[in-house]
Design a protein around this ligand. Sequence first.
Ligand code: SF4
Length: 211
Amino acid sequence: MEIERILDIMEKEAMRRNAPVYALKKKTGDPFRVLVAGILSTRTRDEQTVAVAERLFERADNFSEIRKMRIEDLEQLLRGVGFYRNKARILKEIAEILDGKEIPSTMEELLKLPGVGRKVANIVLSEAFGEKAIAVDTHVHRISNRLGIVSTKTPEETEKELKRKIPKRYWRRINRAFVGYGQTVCKPVNPLCNECRLALYCRYYLENRKI
Ligand code: SF4
């Protein structure tokens, strides 16, 4: 099946089922918010990320404001996301570096920031700066392999393979479509294959269905 058709189906279905990733998108948008939400989202359910990001952005809308906050207050605001103490420390460290400066807009510069790996950097490049990038999280990695688009062991390999196989004009759509689909249909455990319109094109389904 063509990637465009796959993305259309995933986006439509994820929106119909109110995938949390779309709520998160509404709360972000500018580079500061995209970067912070990306950091908060690691190892955290999107519903929690949305709630905590909303609470934080009411108090701080740039790194200068985060820099002025007491670490204890920041920790309180971040309660609810995984590893909130670590994330508070990371945000304070980034605030020291970026106070009064623009959010970096290249992969190289973003990766120099504490706590920022390829996934978060790709989200910032794609969502905040409109770059053609593929942010590979667990959903993108899992579904790409289940569908049989790639056969990879790590998100890094998946990013490389997806970039090799999928035309650049689709890259920016991949993260949100796959994440939304992973939250609502192609879940990590017990995927809803019987409700999935991609089933007949899915390697996982074809290999595991009962005959
Ligand atoms: S058929 Fe099942 S495993 Fe394959 S994409 Fe659909 S939900 Fe995921």
